[in-house]
Design a protein around this ligand. Structure first.
Ligand SMILES: Nc1ncnc2c1ncn2[C@@H]1O[C@H](COP(=O)(O)OP(=O)(O)OP(=O)(O)O)[C@@H](O)[C@H]1O
Length: 253
């Protein structure tokens, strides 16, 4: 099983430090991890640092990887070329860093992810003609078509309607269980984190302030101190944990 461990990771843009000393235990494959934190906390930057788009201090240790490129990264906006068809854009994403020749198995993989995400009807559309939500599903397909063992997804449901949010989160959860993937999802929906994530890591003010099982991390205290809301977590009538938000936390005098 693949695992990812961060030790004392830091990142900066042109000398301006975003975060420092971010460490985690070995995050094991077979689980979905929520990456949480307020706007500007450094979630996207942490993904860029892990994926190697940014350099900086610290170590990124990956064990148990069998693929040549074990990590795939779905950014918030991947700048896919609008003139490509959905099919071509997914195939192109799959071919990154691989051989030049497209093999039958590459086409089969594109078909598989189109089916998996229920977007086969979009295959011939130009990426530039898609709605925001459709584009987000294609971005997810581009990441999945790379058959990663570790998948970093930056707010993959932010443009989706509610049923598609649940479909995508359920699918990601299922893939962790069936294929042993480690999926880390940056998200603002703490309800989704409580429902779908096995573990949560929280960044705030340039530091990792919590990392562990979701229900131990997303507590009233954390919600008040990091997200500045008065809220509590309660099971609904079916036992699923729900976030009950009362309002904004009082600002310290
Ligand atoms: N390319 C860049 N150049 C300079 N500063 C940047 C760049 N990208 C992000 N930053 C800064 O780094 C900090 C962290 O940004 P980042 O996008 O990682 O936060 P985030 O937690 O993903 O935020 P959000 O939830 O709003 O998406 C912010 O202060 C931001 O202004």
């Amino acid at each position: 099983m693949v695992s990812l461990q961060l030790t004392d990771l830091g990142a900066a843009y042109r000398g301006h430090k975003v975060f420092a000393e971010i460490s985690t235990p070995a995050l094991q494959g077979g689980q979905l991890v929520a990456l949480l934190g307020p706007n500007g906390a450094g979630k996207s930057t942490l993904f860029r640092r892990i994926f190697g788009l940014l350099s900086g201090p610290g170590q990124i240790r990956i064990e148990g990887a069998t693929a040549a490129r074990p990590i795939a990264y779905m950014p918030q906006d991947n700048g896919a070329r609008p003139v490509l068809s959905v099919y071509e854009s997914i195939l192109l994403a799959r071919m990154q860093g691989r051989r030049l020749k497209v093999l039958p198995e590459d086409h089969a993989e594109v078909e598989r992810v189109l089916n998996l995400l229920s977007i086969t009807h979009l295959r011939g559309h130009n990426v530039g003609d898609l709605s925001g939500g459709q584009r987000q599903m294609v971005n997810a397909a581009q990441a999945l078509a790379q058959q990663p063992q570790i998948l970093l997804m930056d707010e993959p449901t932010s443009a989706l309607d509610l049923s598609r949010q649940i479909d995508l989160m359920s699918l990601l959860h299922r893939l962790t269980r069936e294929q042993g993937l480690l999926i880390i999802v940056a998200m603002h929906d703490l309800g989704h984190a409580l429902r779908f994530a096995d573990a949560a890591m929280v960044v705030n003010r340039g530091r990792m302030v919590a990392c562990g099982p979701t229900h131990g991390v997303v507590t009233a205290n954390l919600l008040r101190e990091v997200f500045e809301v008065e809220a509590r977590v309660e099971p609904c009538s079916k036992g699923t944990p729900q976030l009950v938000v009362e309002g904004r936390a009082a600002q310290p005098a």
